[in-house]
Design a binder for this molecule. Structure first.
Ligand code: GLN
Length: 274
């Protein structure tokens, strides 16, 4: 069967799990063939030789298993990152968090940033790529994540700007010259029923406690105690009011909240008075 006919044949099987079924079949085929989209467009009428393998992958994807875990790739901020089961898949809204950090960091010299919960390393790697004289400490409680983040730093040539460290929040962070802490921490309430596709992602990257904002509050408190000037975090769509109230307990200079691409409240920039 030709590539074109194979795409037609398998598209139906993915209609219930994605709104771009044909595109996803193409992505799975390209993954098996180790080719790119340009090649595909020039070779629609070529015989497709790996139908058996494709069938296996399509069946897996049809269970809602994430495409990114099948192809071990995800794009973030216009770059390709390696992803693996056991580590959170990058989300587009986290790009806004990175953009906000860049706005603050762009003119600074010799700056040190801490990332809490680096996961696949997307935030630290992008900051290292885009800010010249930056040093980053990227911590996580998950060794598998740290290993993956390191691979992503190497892939993008910034491994000498980032130190990866096993640490629960600030537990193994003793530095006293950190300028900014950035984090996309787990912020979902423990009893929240996840959509099927998200169920394949690690719960320790998603759930933040009974209410959901417990880890965010721990990070805010510890960052203030450490006298770190800036804290930038992603958060849940319903956490703006409780966090705004929580800010009042600290010596805050200024803060702002931002919305995601769907206009949900999604995070904040907090500046402490120190
Ligand atoms: N920092 C990573 C990301 O933003 C991982 C976050 C997490 O696992 N909660 O995708």
């Amino acid at each position: 069967m030709t590539i074109k006919d194979t795409i037609r044949k398998y598209t139906n099987e993915l209609k219930l799990v994605t709104h771009i079924p044909a595109k996803e079949v193409e992505i799975l085929m390209l993954h098996l063939l180790e080719k790119n989209t340009i090649w595909l467009h020039l070779n629609y009428n070529v015989e497709f030789e790996k139908e058996k393998e494709l069938e296996v992958l399509v069946k897996k994807r049809a269970t809602n298993y994430p495409l990114e875990y099948i192809i071990n790739k995800a794009s973030f901020y216009g770059e390709m990152f390696i992803v693996k089961e056991g580590v959170l898949i990058p989300r587009p809204e986290t790009e806004i968090l990175v953009e906000n950090a860049i706005e603050i960091l762009k003119d600074k010299k010799e700056i040190k940033v801490l990332e809490i919960g680096t996961g696949s390393g997307i935030i630290s790697v992008m900051l290292a790529m885009l800010i010249e004289n930056i040093k980053i400490i990227a911590v996580d409680i998950n060794e598998k994540a740290l290993d993956l983040a390191k691979q992503n730093a190497i892939k993008h040539g910034v491994e000498n700007k980032i130190e990866f460290r096993l640490s629960n929040l600030y537990e193994n962070v003793q530095e006293n010259d950190i300028f900014m802490t950035i984090s996309n921490p787990p912020y979902i309430a423990n009893n929240y029923i996840l959509p099927t596709n998200v169920k394949y992602e690690p719960s320790n990257a998603l759930f933040g406690g009974v209410v959901g904002d417990e880890l965010l509050k721990d990070i805010i408190k510890a960052t203030s105690e450490k006298k770190i000037p800036y804290l930038l975090c992603e958060m849940g769509y319903d956490q703006k009011t409780p966090l705004e109230n929580y800010f009042k307990e600290f010596n805050v200079d200024s803060f702002s909240f931002y919305k995601d691409y769907e206009s949900f409240d999604r995070g904040f920039t907090l500046k402490f008075k120190n």
